[in-house]
Ligand binder design. Structure first.
Ligand code: SAM
Length: 219
């Protein structure tokens, strides 16, 4: 699916902004952002804003993540061809599609708790002919034990601490990224080495919608 001329110019402007602000440094991530048109992952009401460097409302009070944050998280995850990825919080499926592009022959599993968003994301991925993604309706806090271990795990909603099952489902040498804290959050990158979890990166100043589940039910 091609971006139209109007979107194409806005995408170029967005890429310049992300590069200048230091949020886009990796050529492979840049090509993924170019290849996966964000305008295909937002509702009609916000199409015109698709290439703004901002989170946008999708449905069920959720958001498609800010492009610079998606870029940073994807870069930190250092994704390689053929890997198996777990994403918690599918939302629109835009981040999912970027991961799917980067793993190539690998596979992305993504868990979303709202059935409307599962359907929305599936539709968006189908439009682009993406077929290396499995979207699952459920509680991402639990991960997918039967598909583990995962080379990479990305949590796209704010949590107080990383759910234990997700740490267990990370492969040896694997990386996990998550926004941690109440408000604002710190983006943390963890690595599993010899069954120990070590913190590789920690950067404050991010704001995500909360990771809900059995413990933090929606008010
Ligand atoms: N990266 C996504 C995108 O670009 O569209 C946006 C993700 S949005 C910031 C966070 C998502 O996490 C929401 O869709 C929300 O419904 C989902 N979520 C929150 N708690 C969850 C849980 N326990 N299990 C699965 N999904 C959850």
């Amino acid at each position: 699916m091609k971006t139209n001329k109007n979107h194409q110019q806005k995408l170029e402007d967005l890429i310049i902004i992300m590069k200048k602000s230091g949020f886009l440094n990796d050529e492979k991530v840049e090509s993924a952002i170019r290849k996966i048109p964000r305008n295909e992952f937002v509702p009609m009401s916000v199409k015109e804003k698709a290439y703004e460097n901002a989170p946008l409302s999708i449905m069920k009070n959720q958001t498609i993540s800010q492009p610079s944050v998606v870029s940073r998280m994807t870069e930190w995850l250092d994704i390689r061809e053929g890997q198996k990825i777990l994403e918690v919080g599918t939302g629109s499926g835009w981040q999912t599609a970027i991961l799917s592009y980067l793993v190539g022959s690998g596979k992305v599993y993504s868990i979303e708790r709202h059935s409307e968003l599962v359907e929305f994301a599936k539709k968006n991925l189908d439009k682009l002919g993406i077929n290396n993604v499995k979207i699952i309706l459920g509680d991402g806090n639990l991960g997918i034990p039967e598909e583990s271990p995962f080379d990479r795990i990305i949590i796209t909603a704010a949590c107080k601490k990383v759910p234990e099952p997700l740490l267990e489902q990370l492969s040896e040498g694997g990386l996990l990224i998550a926004p941690i804290g109440k408000y604002p959050q710190s983006l943390i990158l963890l690595k599993k080495i010899s069954q120990e979890i070590i913190e590789v990166k920690n950067q404050p100043g991010y704001v995500f919608v909360p990771l809900l589940g059995k413990i933090d039910e929606e008010k």
